[in-house]
Ligand binder design. Sequence first.
Ligand SMILES: NC(=O)c1ccc[n+]([C@@H]2O[C@H](COP(=O)([O-])OP(=O)(O)OC[C@H]3O[C@@H](n4cnc5c(N)ncnc54)[C@H](OP(=O)(O)O)[C@@H]3O)[C@@H](O)[C@H]2O)c1
Length: 313
Amino acid sequence: MAQIMDGRGLSEGIREKVKEDIAKLQQYGIAVGLGLLQIGENPASRQYFFATKKACSKVGISTYQFKLPETASVNEILNVVHSINRDERVNGLLVLFPLPGRINARRIVNEIAPEKDIDGLGSLSVGRLAADESTFQIFKEGHYEMLYECRFMPTVSSFLPCTPFGVIRLLEHYGTGIKGKHAVVVGKSLAVGKPLSLMLLAKEATVTVCHRETHDMGNFTRQADIICTATGVRGLIRGDMVREGAVVVDIGINVLDDGSIVGDVDFESVEKRASFITPVPGGVGPVTIAMLLENTVRSAQRNEFFKSPLMPG
Ligand SMILES: NC(=O)c1ccc[n+]([C@@H]2O[C@H](COP(=O)([O-])OP(=O)(O)OC[C@H]3O[C@@H](n4cnc5c(N)ncnc54)[C@H](OP(=O)(O)O)[C@@H]3O)[C@@H](O)[C@H]2O)c1
């Protein structure tokens, strides 16, 4: 029977550390703020807004809501993004998805200043991840450790997308090992599958990426030491597709008619074969939020480091 990878427990630890970091910044009169940009009245983005606001207030991050009507033009949205880029209260900006269908989301996220792009979605952040210019954030060994011990983090690099960053943190927390393992990522979206495959590659896994056009997916997943699935297709990964002892990370979220939530993995059959498995809910989800909080406080720390490198004590 697989060991459960408890995202709530890990998330608690990360939040405590974020709280401490915020308290340190407050000693210097620095407040930490997250901007939430919502366009229209989509129920999913409203729900995410309230959940994020609550998580922020628990650790001492102020939230600023920027709300535009469903009918807002791209130009109006970009003006708001530009003003948030200059807003000193806001250290990170999160655009709440989905945007109205006629809006090109890439056009919006690409205007977020990279130092405030705390979900790493803009092209510059994606490029820096692909070029290994921001992946130091997923390394703790060796000389990278110094960066984690610093009160202020001395780097201009971009942030890593919260969900895949959270997956790496979960794997590391449970000591599953990544280097030299065969990782199969199911899903290739820009928000989850693609950056996750780049992060696993940076950590020297051998990475296979599957998607909708992959033929006989079980042929790939059965060879995997680590399976990470992010599709939103209920029951896509079944026990017969998993090698005995594999690590299974379920990122998918599917809301059932009765309001309950399940992932992509058929938990019952897979947990009998896996060595580690994430539950849904309570696995990747809470860690994603924790990474959002951590990225926001890192942004505030970097901001201060560059503006006042010779701070006292
Ligand atoms: N837990 C969290 O914190 C968290 C955060 C973000 C997202 N999620 C969840 O993760 C899931 C994926 O999110 P996303 O933003 O990446 O979604 P997305 O943009 O819709 O991407 C879904 C990916 O899954 C692939 N796919 C769809 N059906 C498939 C199938 N039958 N076989 C193989 N691959 C298939 C798609 O392949 P193609 O590219 O070929 O179409 C695509 O790459 C969703 O359920 C979402 O709610 C969870």
